[in-house]
Design a protein around this ligand. Structure first.
Ligand SMILES: NC(=O)c1ccc[n+]([C@@H]2O[C@H](COP(=O)([O-])OP(=O)(O)OC[C@H]3O[C@@H](n4cnc5c(N)ncnc54)[C@H](OP(=O)(O)O)[C@@H]3O)[C@@H](O)[C@H]2O)c1
Length: 325
């Protein structure tokens, strides 16, 4: 088995570590808007640009007007050291990540669809230009799932991963179990900010499939593949007495996403609202699990921030005058 680089390899120390870190923020919606105030608050960070699609949109928080651009090339022209990608358009994300890595710019991405579309190519590009690609927020939102997989790998070979990876679907299944009609449950998920205006990636299982793929690559290296079977959740779903979860399961032979009964398995059965959870079983039988909020502004921005903080820490480690972290 050829192992991929672990997802939390240390950032390459930056040479000009005495200067503030130049950060460009791509996307200023749910996730980007959660990261923005932190960027503006750090003396060792300078925000150089913010990429959005509709610059006239009312936002909370508002980015500094002089920094707003609508073209990814204009974002990179501000010469950032790091691009934080929180775009909702996976093809624009993927092109931006490639362009940034090619120029020797570090990338922290929240976009599972963009990273999963070419995780090997992007990792190779980052290695070739001596920078790092991080995407902790892309899997598990605020739950450090990739970090848990890395820790498990350090303990020994992984036999199996089981996880609930989509907060929106978990929220819906909980509501449906209490007798909500499907459309009412979906409307509530959208009002609560869990489900997007177009929830098809969640409902078809595409979102969970991309996340399971990234976890499988981290756990099983090159043998980690896209799931062979992905079951969708739709209005015809019949809730029974037993709790059901959108369960993502993978081993080195493959994976699947199914709507599976989980009675008697409290890690998954007791997951409230937009909860996510993962259980990693090692070949020797030891088990690691993590649970928490898989979506939403605060937990996801926290995860992005953890990746960025690693970069700042690496600069301090390189001898900078950097602020206390
Ligand atoms: N929301 C969550 O809980 C969560 C959790 C984990 C991961 N993620 C991932 O994080 C990413 C962002 O999610 P989000 O919920 O923050 O989405 P969002 O609220 O819709 O924000 C997306 C941002 O991307 C900008 N954008 C989209 N297409 C663009 C384009 N072609 N050019 C320039 N800007 C563009 C939008 O600009 P405008 O504001 O002008 O429209 C917006 O600021 C997605 O990949 C998502 O899968 C989200």
């Amino acid at each position: 088995m050829s192992a991929l680089p672990l997802t939390r390899v240390p950032f390459e120390p930056l040479p000009a570590a005495r200067e503030p870190l130049r950060v460009a923020l791509a996307g200023c919606g749910v996730v980007g808007g959660g990261v923005l105030p932190r960027l503006l608050d750090r003396p060792d960070v300078v925000l150089v640009s913010v990429l959005v699609r509709s610059p006239g949109k009312i936002r909370s928080p508002e980015p500094p007007p002089g920094l707003v651009v609508t073209d990814p090339a204009a974002l990179l022209a501000r010469e950032p050291d790091v691009v934080i990608d929180t775009l909702s358009d996976a093809s624009v994300s993927l092109a931006l990540i490639r362009a940034a890595l090619s120029r020797g710019v570090h990338v922290v991405s929240a976009s599972k669809q963009a990273v999963a579309a070419d995780v090997d190519g992007l990792s190779a590009l980052a290695a070739a230009t001596g920078v790092t690609l991080r995407y902790s927020a892309a899997v598990g939102g605020g739950v450090p799932m990739l970090e848990a997989v890395q820790l498990a790998r350090e303990m020994g070979p992984i036999r199996r991963i089981e996880a609930v990876l989509n907060g929106t679907v978990n929220f819906l299944l909980n509501r449906l179990a209490t007798g909500y009609p499907f459309e009412a449950a979906l409307a509530e998920a959208q009002a609560a900010g869990f489900a997007e205006a177009d929830p098809s990636a969640d409902l078809t299982g595409r979102d969970a499939a991309a996340k399971l793929f990234l976890l499988s690559r981290a756990a099983f290296g090159a043998t980690g593949r896209l799931p062979d079977r992905v079951e969708a959740l739709g209005p015809d779903f019949q809730s029974g007495a037993e709790p059901v979860r959108q369960l993502a399961v993978a081993d080195c032979a493959g994976g699947q996403i199914t709507l599976a009964p989980v009675a008697g398995d409290p890690l998954f059965a007791d997951l409230a609202d937009a909860g996510n959870a993962i259980r990693i079983t090692l070949a020797d039988g030891r088990v690691l699990s993590r649970t928490g909020l898989g979506a939403g502004r605060a937990p996801t921005a926290e995860s992005v921030w953890a990746d960025l903080t690693d970069l700042l820490t690496s600069r301090v480690g390189a001898g900078a005058d950097g602020a206390e972290l």
